[in-house]
Ligand binder design. Sequence first.
Ligand code: HQG
Length: 184
Amino acid sequence: MDEKSRTAASKFLSYVLRHEPAAVGIALDSGGWVAVDVLLDACAQHGRGLSRADLDEVVATSPKQRFALSDDGQRIRANQGHSTAVDLGYEPAEPPDVLFHGTVARLLPSIRDAGLQRMERHHVHLSPDEATARAVGGRRGKPIILRIDTRAMREAGHVFFVTPNGVWLTDAVPASFISGWGEE
Ligand code: HQG
Protein backbone atom coordinates (compact mmCIF):
# COMPACT_ATOMS: atom_id res chain seq x y z
CA MET A 1 0.00 0.00 0.00
CA ASP A 2 1.23 3.52 -0.61
CA GLU A 3 1.21 6.00 2.23
CA LYS A 4 -1.83 7.84 0.96
CA SER A 5 -3.97 4.71 0.84
CA ARG A 6 -2.69 3.69 4.26
CA THR A 7 -3.67 7.04 5.75
CA ALA A 8 -7.09 6.90 4.11
CA ALA A 9 -7.64 3.36 5.40
CA SER A 10 -6.47 4.35 8.90
CA LYS A 11 -8.87 7.30 8.99
CA PHE A 12 -11.76 5.17 7.84
CA LEU A 13 -10.97 2.45 10.39
CA SER A 14 -10.74 5.09 13.15
CA TYR A 15 -14.12 6.41 12.14
CA VAL A 16 -15.72 2.97 12.22
CA LEU A 17 -13.96 1.59 15.32
CA ARG A 18 -14.16 4.74 17.45
CA HIS A 19 -17.27 6.55 16.38
CA GLU A 20 -19.65 5.03 13.87
CA PRO A 21 -19.56 1.22 13.56
CA ALA A 22 -23.12 1.43 12.24
CA ALA A 23 -21.75 3.26 9.16
CA VAL A 24 -20.77 -0.18 7.84
CA GLY A 25 -23.52 -2.05 9.69
CA ILE A 26 -21.41 -3.61 12.45
CA ALA A 27 -21.54 -3.44 16.24
CA LEU A 28 -18.60 -3.45 18.66
CA ASP A 29 -18.62 -5.55 21.83
CA SER A 30 -18.49 -3.88 25.22
CA GLY A 31 -14.69 -3.71 25.04
CA GLY A 32 -14.74 -2.11 21.60
CA TRP A 33 -13.70 -5.28 19.75
CA VAL A 34 -15.03 -6.68 16.49
CA ALA A 35 -14.00 -9.80 14.54
CA VAL A 36 -11.58 -8.87 11.77
CA ASP A 37 -13.53 -11.01 9.25
CA VAL A 38 -16.77 -9.22 10.12
CA LEU A 39 -15.10 -5.82 9.81
CA LEU A 40 -13.45 -6.59 6.46
CA ASP A 41 -16.67 -8.04 4.99
CA ALA A 42 -18.61 -5.00 6.17
CA CYS A 43 -16.04 -2.59 4.72
CA ALA A 44 -16.15 -4.43 1.38
CA GLN A 45 -19.94 -4.24 1.32
CA HIS A 46 -19.71 -0.49 1.80
CA GLY A 47 -17.25 0.12 -0.99
CA ARG A 48 -14.21 0.35 1.31
CA GLY A 49 -12.68 -3.04 0.55
CA LEU A 50 -9.45 -3.82 2.34
CA SER A 51 -7.47 -7.06 2.36
CA ARG A 52 -6.33 -8.70 5.57
CA ALA A 53 -2.74 -7.94 4.55
CA ASP A 54 -3.60 -4.27 4.09
CA LEU A 55 -5.30 -4.17 7.47
CA ASP A 56 -2.27 -5.74 9.14
CA GLU A 57 -0.08 -3.17 7.44
CA VAL A 58 -2.22 -0.29 8.69
CA VAL A 59 -2.16 -1.67 12.24
CA ALA A 60 1.59 -2.32 12.19
CA THR A 61 2.60 1.01 10.67
CA SER A 62 0.19 3.31 12.52
CA PRO A 63 2.59 5.90 13.95
CA LYS A 64 0.42 6.22 17.03
CA GLN A 65 -0.56 2.56 17.32
CA ARG A 66 -4.17 3.53 16.96
CA PHE A 67 -5.37 -0.08 16.68
CA ALA A 68 -4.83 -3.33 18.55
CA LEU A 69 -5.31 -6.88 17.33
CA SER A 70 -6.24 -9.55 19.87
CA ASP A 71 -3.49 -12.05 20.69
CA ASP A 72 -5.00 -14.62 18.32
CA GLY A 73 -5.30 -12.00 15.56
CA GLN A 74 -9.04 -12.63 15.18
CA ARG A 75 -10.34 -9.36 16.62
CA ILE A 76 -9.47 -5.69 16.35
CA ARG A 77 -10.27 -2.51 18.25
CA ALA A 78 -9.14 1.10 18.48
CA ASN A 79 -6.79 1.73 21.39
CA GLN A 80 -8.41 5.00 22.41
CA GLY A 81 -10.38 8.00 21.23
CA HIS A 82 -13.87 6.48 21.19
CA SER A 83 -17.05 8.48 21.23
CA THR A 84 -19.17 5.30 21.32
CA ALA A 85 -19.85 3.59 24.65
CA VAL A 86 -16.99 1.17 25.21
CA ASP A 87 -15.11 0.09 28.29
CA LEU A 88 -11.50 -0.35 27.24
CA GLY A 89 -10.70 -2.12 30.49
CA TYR A 90 -7.48 -0.23 31.20
CA GLU A 91 -6.27 -0.55 34.76
CA PRO A 92 -5.55 2.63 36.72
CA ALA A 93 -1.85 3.49 36.42
CA GLU A 94 0.57 5.84 38.13
CA PRO A 95 1.55 8.69 35.81
CA PRO A 96 4.75 10.72 35.95
CA ASP A 97 4.51 13.78 38.22
CA VAL A 98 3.88 16.08 35.27
CA LEU A 99 2.01 15.48 32.02
CA PHE A 100 1.26 17.86 29.14
CA HIS A 101 -1.75 18.89 27.12
CA GLY A 102 -1.42 20.60 23.75
CA THR A 103 -4.18 22.99 22.80
CA VAL A 104 -4.60 26.43 21.19
CA ALA A 105 -4.97 29.96 22.59
CA ARG A 106 -8.58 30.41 21.56
CA LEU A 107 -9.67 27.59 23.88
CA LEU A 108 -7.82 28.89 26.96
CA PRO A 109 -10.58 31.15 28.37
CA SER A 110 -12.97 28.24 28.44
CA ILE A 111 -10.31 25.86 29.83
CA ARG A 112 -9.54 28.39 32.60
CA ASP A 113 -13.23 28.38 33.51
CA ALA A 114 -14.05 24.70 33.23
CA GLY A 115 -10.65 22.98 33.34
CA LEU A 116 -9.89 20.35 30.71
CA GLN A 117 -13.03 18.48 29.80
CA ARG A 118 -13.28 15.30 27.76
CA MET A 119 -15.41 17.02 25.11
CA GLU A 120 -16.48 14.45 22.49
CA ARG A 121 -14.19 11.73 23.81
CA HIS A 122 -14.39 9.43 26.84
CA HIS A 123 -11.46 11.01 28.63
CA VAL A 124 -9.15 13.99 28.62
CA HIS A 125 -6.01 12.97 26.72
CA LEU A 126 -2.63 13.93 28.18
CA SER A 127 0.83 13.55 26.66
CA PRO A 128 3.98 12.27 28.38
CA ASP A 129 6.22 14.90 26.79
CA GLU A 130 6.05 18.40 25.39
CA ALA A 131 6.88 17.38 21.83
CA THR A 132 3.86 15.09 21.67
CA ALA A 133 1.65 17.77 23.22
CA ARG A 134 2.93 20.27 20.65
CA ALA A 135 1.94 17.91 17.83
CA VAL A 136 -1.51 17.35 19.37
CA GLY A 137 -2.14 21.10 19.83
CA GLY A 138 -0.69 21.82 16.39
CA ARG A 139 -3.64 20.01 14.79
CA ARG A 140 -5.74 23.06 15.67
CA GLY A 141 -3.32 25.93 15.09
CA LYS A 142 -0.35 27.41 16.90
CA PRO A 143 0.12 25.08 19.86
CA ILE A 144 0.05 26.07 23.53
CA ILE A 145 1.48 23.49 25.92
CA LEU A 146 -0.28 23.24 29.27
CA ARG A 147 1.52 21.56 32.18
CA ILE A 148 -0.59 19.32 34.34
CA ASP A 149 0.40 18.73 37.95
CA THR A 150 -0.55 15.05 37.91
CA ARG A 151 1.16 14.42 41.21
CA ALA A 152 -1.17 16.87 42.99
CA MET A 153 -4.11 15.45 41.05
CA ARG A 154 -3.32 11.95 42.27
CA GLU A 155 -2.99 13.20 45.82
CA ALA A 156 -6.44 14.74 45.36
CA GLY A 157 -7.82 11.36 44.28
CA HIS A 158 -7.92 11.68 40.49
CA VAL A 159 -7.42 8.41 38.62
CA PHE A 160 -5.31 7.93 35.47
CA PHE A 161 -5.12 5.26 32.81
CA VAL A 162 -2.50 4.71 30.13
CA THR A 163 -3.16 3.29 26.68
CA PRO A 164 -0.81 0.87 24.91
CA ASN A 165 0.39 3.79 22.80
CA GLY A 166 1.38 5.90 25.78
CA VAL A 167 -1.54 8.33 25.92
CA TRP A 168 -2.60 9.16 29.49
CA LEU A 169 -6.33 9.38 30.15
CA THR A 170 -8.28 10.95 33.00
CA ASP A 171 -11.85 12.10 33.51
CA ALA A 172 -11.21 15.84 33.87
CA VAL A 173 -8.45 18.25 34.87
CA PRO A 174 -9.61 21.12 37.11
CA ALA A 175 -7.95 24.41 36.18
CA SER A 176 -6.17 24.62 39.54
CA PHE A 177 -3.83 21.79 38.44
CA ILE A 178 -2.90 23.52 35.17
CA SER A 179 0.02 25.88 34.56
CA GLY A 180 1.88 27.16 31.53
CA TRP A 181 -1.04 29.17 30.16
CA GLY A 182 1.15 31.48 28.12
CA GLU A 183 3.83 29.09 26.89
CA GLU A 184 4.24 27.79 23.37
C1 HQG B 1 -10.09 21.23 24.15
C2 HQG B 1 -5.45 12.75 18.55
C3 HQG B 1 -12.69 24.38 25.59
C4 HQG B 1 -8.79 20.46 24.16
C5 HQG B 1 -4.34 13.53 19.17
C6 HQG B 1 -8.73 19.98 22.72
C7 HQG B 1 -4.41 13.11 20.61
C8 HQG B 1 -11.49 22.46 25.75
C9 HQG B 1 -10.20 19.80 22.36
C10 HQG B 1 -5.87 12.75 20.80
C11 HQG B 1 -11.87 22.31 27.10
C12 HQG B 1 -10.62 18.34 22.37
C13 HQG B 1 -6.60 13.72 21.71
C14 HQG B 1 -12.71 23.29 27.66
C15 HQG B 1 -10.60 20.66 26.58
N1 HQG B 1 -13.09 24.31 26.88
N2 HQG B 1 -11.90 23.50 25.01
N3 HQG B 1 -13.12 23.24 28.94
N4 HQG B 1 -11.31 21.18 27.58
N5 HQG B 1 -10.69 21.43 25.46
O1 HQG B 1 -9.33 15.92 19.76
O2 HQG B 1 -6.48 16.22 23.38
O3 HQG B 1 -5.45 11.31 15.85
O4 HQG B 1 -10.94 15.45 21.69
O5 HQG B 1 -7.70 21.30 24.48
O6 HQG B 1 -3.12 13.30 18.56
O7 HQG B 1 -6.79 17.45 21.16
O8 HQG B 1 -7.35 10.82 17.38
O9 HQG B 1 -8.58 15.95 22.19
O10 HQG B 1 -8.17 20.95 21.87
O11 HQG B 1 -3.60 12.03 20.90
O12 HQG B 1 -5.39 9.27 17.28
O13 HQG B 1 -10.95 20.48 23.34
O14 HQG B 1 -6.44 12.80 19.52
O15 HQG B 1 -5.11 11.43 18.29
O16 HQG B 1 -10.06 17.74 21.23
O17 HQG B 1 -6.49 15.03 21.20
P1 HQG B 1 -9.78 16.20 21.15
P2 HQG B 1 -7.03 16.28 22.02
P3 HQG B 1 -5.87 10.66 17.13
